[in-house]
Design a protein around this ligand. Structure first.
Ligand code: 9MR
Length: 509
């Protein structure tokens, strides 16, 4: 049940619900009963209860009360529509709770059933204050996958809350085709305008050929990487039981469209399955074996298809020392050496990358990475490249700091990759939501251009290998709602309607 993929925040730029061509598929105000909504649990896992109540309402005289929840994934669910695959939807609903913590995160998710099982996707989230109604609203697409037999939509509180909550005024519409995002056709192909390979992070929904995101990917990008589907919690949810379905779909798409694939990541402290650091196998030797088996199972399966791996991800802390992760605590410093050695053994041709963030903005971390890789190289550990994630903002770090960092790392005789680039329009973790003005987008464009000029120069000097952007359209970025809930960001090259942004124009010019 707990297989969470990307949290996707959608921007609504037009009043979608008012459009004449929309078809309403769910419209429930609970004035006339429960109207197709039901619990997600069952007698075995615990059954939450649903009832229409007049005690609390957003409008009219009643709402739906969801109570007796014993799991955070429990909530209220409803079938989306008879033929939901391949369509784009707009949704809105109001949510409320009155007892429990001061704030609760409500998430709207989809559950797609096929012969292979169920796939869950967190689509939208909203943070609620106790005692205040809050609206959740946005757009989403159900990929045109003929194997899907049923699509359910549901509301849950997946961040460890089992509060009793209320829902009211739920509306889902199948969007008028003219309102759906469309990849622009008569514009330059980004991949032809930069000398290096240019990539994007995707989700499994993006790589369905019927999706406009797939059209955009094929036109502009030459590498893809999964934003989430190649993480161990998705790939190996229980020990030895692999779920290759999402990763396979992404790799197949690349193979069918002539793209390179990066794998992110093999060894990380985050997004791991619960069992990994637990039980009899979590000893020094046991965890090392769990690491080796995983690295080699993945790399042998994808040998020849995936050509670049983030072998270890985010192993440094902000002081530039080794992060005190479970890997370090249980195995010791040699886990990094071992990870690279196991990787090389499994696929001698693959590019093996050590990946981290804040390398250009934090001099201590930059130095820590330099020292670490220097030491690894001196001891013959097979590291091929340093991945600079490059989650930056509209002001910082400076273009010269980025250039100096690339050159410093390249001086070790290895390649540098930009692995997860995006550029927030906010310059602090506390700044509240602002309107995306043309001035901001222009400022962003100028900075994207200056940084891409550095990339080009460093590519020509053979220091830089490839650049990967962490997403396609702004509405799909992890930066929405993070780190400030309710704050929408615009860090990528395409807007939520898939239209190119000034940053795109500045780069291709
Ligand atoms: O983009 C990913 C987002 O959808 C996930 O919710 C998030 C959870 O950790 O991970 C995001 O990707 C991260 C990447 O795996 C590692 N570097 C930082 C990225 C942004 O958080």
């Amino acid at each position: 049940m707990k297989q969470f993929l990307a949290i996707v925040m959608a921007l609504v730029t037009v009043p979608v619900f008012a459009q004449a061509g929309n078809v309403t598929v769910i419209d429930t105000n609970f004035e006339n009963g429960i109207a197709g909504w039901g619990p997600r649990g069952d007698n075995r896992q615990g059954l939450e209860k649903l009832e229409v109540t007049t005690a609390v309402k957003h409008s009219g005289s009643s709402s739906l009360r969801v109570f007796n929840r014993t799991h955070e994934w429990q909530g209220a669910t409803c079938k989306l529509a008879a033929n939901a695959v391949g369509d784009m939807f707009g949704m809105e609903a109001w949510l409320y709770y009155k007892d429990g913590p001061a704030k609760v995160t409500f998430v709207f998710s989809t559950q797609k059933t096929s012969a292979q099982g169920q796939a869950y996707q967190n689509v939208l989230q909203v943070q609620a204050n106790k005692g205040e109604w809050v609206q959740i609203k946005g757009e989403f697409t159900i990929a045109k996958d003929p194997t899907i037999t049923d699509v359910q939509v549901y509301f849950e509180t997946p961040k460890n809350d089992t509060v009793e909550f209320y829902i009211d005024d739920i509306k889902f519409v199948k969007l008028d085709p003219s309102l759906r995002p469309k990849a622009e056709v008569n514009i330059p192909n980004l991949r032809d305008k930069v000398p290096f390979d240019i990539g994007a992070a995707v989700s499994v929904d993006d790589v369905d050929f019927s999706s406009e995101w797939a059209q955009l990917l094929m036109k502009h990008f030459s590498i893809i990487v999964a934003g989430n589907e190649m993480k161990r919690d998705t790939v190996e949810p229980s020990e030895g039981k692999y779920n290759w379905i999402p990763a396979d779909k992404i790799v197949d798409f690349a193979m069918n469209t002539g793209m390179r694939v990066r794998w992110h990541p093999l060894v990380w402290h985050s997004q791991n399955p619960d069992w990994l650091f637990k039980g009899a196998g979590a000893t020094k030797a046991g965890l090392d074996q769990r690491m080796k088996t995983y690295i080699q199972t993945v790399m042998r399966k994808y040998r020849g298809d995936v050509d670049s791996y983030d072998v270890v991800n985010e192993v440094l802390d902000e002081n530039g020392r080794l992060r005190n992760s479970e890997w370090l605590k249980i195995i010791g410093t040699e886990y990094i050496d071992n990870a690279f050695r196991y990787a090389r053994e499994a696929d001698p041709k693959a590019q093996l990358v050590i990946n981290d963030y804040n390398l250009a903005s934090n001099p201590r971390k930059r130095q820590g990475m330099y020292d670490l890789v220097k030491d690894l190289k001196a001891r013959g550990v097979p590291v091929d490249a340093i991945g600079m994630q490059m989650h930056i903002d509209i002001r910082n770090p400076s273009v010269s700091a980025i250039k100096e960092t690339i050159e410093l790392f390249a001086s070790l005789g290895i390649k540098v990759l930009v692995t997860e680039m995006d550029m927030s329009i906010y310059t602090s973790d506390t700044e509240s939501k602002k309107t995306v003005t043309t001035t901001i987008l222009q400022e962003q464009a100028t900075r994207y251009r200056a940084i891409f000029d550095v990339f080009k120069e460093e590519y020509q000097k053979k220091n830089l290998d490839a650049v990967v952007i962490w997403g396609t359209s702004d509405n799909l970025s992890w930066k929405n709602d993070f780190p400030v809930p309710g704050r929408t960001d615009a860090p990528l090259l395409f807007d939520s309607k898939l239209k190119r942004k000034p940053a795109f124009d500045a780069i291709v010019k």
